[in-house]
Design a protein around this ligand. Structure first.
Ligand code: M6P
Ligand code: ZN
Length: 204
């Protein structure tokens, strides 16, 4: 009997996640983002430049797997956000919406502690806590970013439609209306000084 093509070609049908480090044994794409790759993402440019000259550390890595590319297919990714700060702002992902706006995403936190920022197109924002075992659902039409608020790596596993696509433009233009700072008693959600006041829905 002839097997469907995907069973013959995609080693990605089976992969193993290193639950301590977050890497996948089989993935179709890996991304490593250092501080230099995130210029303009953190609010404190000066602290960003200082870190660049002090070793330019890796902020996060992504291992992405697209086992097949049909309209109804799923892909998955692990993300490792390393511990660290740029000024008072914790290390985090760039954040994105989906090209196919209605596409949702599910995140399981495997290890560490963090916050997920969710923001609608009209600027309404919500922050959800992440700890080992937390499952978060990112609805369609919602920008999402994860932030590591602890001293160890934040490791997540996410599943989303293969057709979702990643769109960085909106978040690059406006950012999120809140940023996550290290406060005296832990993480603090503070207004982003660079967020445009023209976006509806912001309450500061
Ligand atoms: C998750 C998924 C990936 C995404 C990654 C990092 O693993 O949503 O698709 O690339 O997080 O997020 P970003 O692309 O915003 O940097
Ligand atoms: Zn996404």
């Amino acid at each position: 009997m002839t097997q469907p093509a995907v069973l013959e070609s995609a080693a990605a049908l089976s992969s193993v996640m290193d639950m301590a480090r977050g890497r996948l044994t089989v993935c179709t794409d890996t991304v490593r983002m250092r501080v230099t790759d995130m210029r303009g993402v953190f609010s404190n440019q000066e602290a960003c430049s200082t870190l660049e000259t002090e070793g330019n550390p890796t902020v996060y890595e992504v291992n992405r797997t697209e086992p097949e590319l049909g309209d109804d297919s799923l892909c998955y990714a692990s993300t490792i956000v390393y511990p660290g700060r740029v000024g008072e702002e914790y290390f985090m992902t760039r954040g994105h919406t989906h090209v196919k706006g209605s596409a949702p995403e599910i995140y399981l936190t495997v290890r560490g502690e963090g916050m997920m920022l969710l923001q609608t197109h009209d600027g309404k924002i919500q922050a959800l806590s992440m700890a080992s075992g937390t499952i978060l659902y990112v609805p369609g039409e919602t920008a999402h970013r994860i932030v590591n608020v602890a001293e160890e790596a934040l490791i997540t596993f996410a599943v989303y439609p293969a057709t979702a696509g990643i769109d960085y433009d909106e978040i690059q233009r406006t950012g999120f209306s809140r940023i996550v700072h290290a406060g005296p008693d832990g993480p603090d959600l503070v207004p982003n000084p660079n967020y445009p006041s023209t976006v509806e829905g912001i309450t500061s």
